[in-house]
Design a protein around this ligand. Structure first.
Ligand SMILES: Nc1ncnc2c1ncn2[C@@H]1O[C@H](COP(=O)(O)OP(=O)(O)OP(=O)(O)O)[C@@H](O)[C@H]1O
Ligand SMILES: [Mg+2]
Length: 455
């Protein structure tokens, strides 16, 4: 089972292919080397046969047959085994000296078998024959030594090939097994994820190879996915929980109306109350849908160049009087003189600043000073909406961005806890960052918008 899975695995198939290629390369190289060696040995044997023949023949330079015969007999005796053959024949073909019976051999170099030389065995000889004066001289050397060298070379190639095959396939199997093991880790984690468990992560080997890089990206994607799913779960639970209160209120109002009507009393007030409650529930749903729509990013198609200064100016003009009605003061300070162009949706940006100012007006007491400030900060525009009201405790400054989250002390003030969620969604859509800070006293909402790239 395990072996079958290993055989099917991509790493093992790769290792197998490389193993085959490796062995093929070794065989081709081996064959070339063997052929060259064989040719070299043959050429060396021919040269040695020619040289010995001319050394022997040179003893006849004085024309003395006695010297030649004596030299041939001495050489023949000295030859260790039967691997060298000498023969001297007279012009009638009678044997005069040497360790061969009289045989006829073609002139020059030729290969002759032992049986054709009247010898035992099935060896081959390299023979040189020619005339020396009136006589015929034959000298030969067996192929035994060159055959031995060739056989040794062949044997070492065979051993080498064996070791290489074992190393290529054995090593390939080990490497493939290791890669397979890691791929199985990925497969296991992903199969758990597809079964609905988002907690498993792919184990990393730590050596930073390509499998590690892919695994790291997949783990990051899983982190993000589980954070999103967890967020969705949280939101659904919060929404279900928070909408129960207004729905209960609505039910109680309807019940009161029914009781009043049974008693024959006027129910007009109760109906107005019920309509206001259902309007509030409706508004909450609409705001929730709006946030989801913004988070989905569909509004990006409506992005145009927008001047932040212009947006802030019109918001401050409209809300100055609202603040005054609340006995508060709203001021807009711009540290920049030129237009501050970003790419965005003017309507959503207006909504963002309106929500922040409405929060300052609603959640701060009379006499509060509200300040909107625009400044350039490196390659971004910084907008601050600050007040000197009660502020938000440090532990809740992140939580207030969650849908329907409100501080306990705000439970009695009107609102649904969606204003800052919308602010965050709009800021994210514009690639802007938002941080809530302590102004001691009060709250500082700091937004950073990336400036529009020029050109
Ligand atoms: N400027 C502020 N000063 C003090 N507390 C604030 C301020 N802005 C927001 N908060 C607190 O943060 C909570 C969440 O604000 P958010 O705007 O999301 O909801 P909301 O104002 O209560 O309702 P909505 O904006 O939906 O009408 C508020 O309920 C309030 O407790
Ligand atoms: Mg609000």
């Amino acid at each position: 089972m395990r072996a079958a899975r290993l055989l099917r695995s991509t790493p093992f198939r790769l290792a197998l292919t490389f193993g085959f290629l490796f062995v093929l390369a070794f065989l081709v190289t081996g064959t070339i080397v063997y052929a060259m060696l064989k040719r070299e040995l043959a050429e060396a044997l021919d040269a040695s046969v020619r040289e010995t023949y001319s050394v022997v023949a040179s003893t006849y330079s004085s024309g003395d047959l006695e010297d030649l015969s004596a030299a041939i007999n001495t050489y023949a005796r000295l030859s260790r085994s039967d691997d060298q053959v000498y023969l001297l024949l007279d012009d009638k073909g009678e044997r005069l000296a040497g360790n061969l019976g009289s045989v006829s051999v073609d002139d020059g170099l030729s290969s002759v078998s032992a049986s054709n030389l009247g010898l035992k065995g099935d060896e081959q000889f390299r023979i040189m024959a020619g005339n020396v004066g009136r006589y015929r001289l034959v000298f030969g050397h067996s192929f035994a030594e060159t055959d031995e060298v060739e056989e040794t070379a062949l044997a070492s190639f065979a051993w080498g090939a064996g070791v290489i095959v074992a190393l290529a396939f054995g090593g390939g199997a080990i490497l493939a097994n290791r890669a397979q093991h890691r791929l199985q880790g990925i497969a296991r984690a992903m199969s758990e994820v597809s079964n609905g468990n988002l907690s498993p992560r792919i184990p990393l080997s730590g050596n930073g190879d390509d499998i590690d890089v892919v695994s790291k990206h997949m783990n990051e994607a899983l982190d993000r996915l589980s954070a999103l799913v967890e967020g969705m779960r949280q939101v659904s639970a919060d929404i279900a929980h928070d909408l129960k209160t207004p729905l209960n209120r609505l039910r109680m109002t309807i019940e009161q109306a029914m009781q009043q009507s049974e008693r024959g009393e006027d129910v007009q007030d109760r109906l107005v109350e019920a309509r206001a409650e259902s309007d509030r529930i409706n508004a909450t749903f609409e705001a929730l849908l709006r946030i989801s729509q913004i988070e989905a990013g569909a509004r990006k198609t409506r992005f145009r160049p927008v001047d932040l200064m212009d947006v802030l100016q019109s918001v401050s003009e409209i809300y100055r009087s609202v603040a005054e009605d609340n006995d508060q003061e709203l001021e807009f300070i711009s540290e920049v003189k030129l237009p501050c162009m970003i790419v965005g949706d003017r309507e959503l940006l207006t909504q963002l600043f309106v929500n922040l100012i409405e929060n300052a007006i609603t959640h701060c007491p009379p006499k509060t000073q509200i300040t909107m400030k625009l400044a350039v900060d490196g390659r971004s525009f910084r907008v601050t909406v600050a007040d000197d009201g009660p502020g938000i405790p440090a532990g809740e400054r992140e939580l207030v961005f969650r849908r329907l989250y409100r501080l306990d002390k705000s439970r009695t003030t009107p609102g649904s806890g969606l204003g800052l969620s919308l602010v965050k969604a709009i800021a994210d859509l514009h690639a802007a960052s938002i941080v809530l800070d302590d102004r001691k006293p009060g709250l500082d909402a700091i937004l950073r918008f990336p400036a529009q790239q020029l050109g």
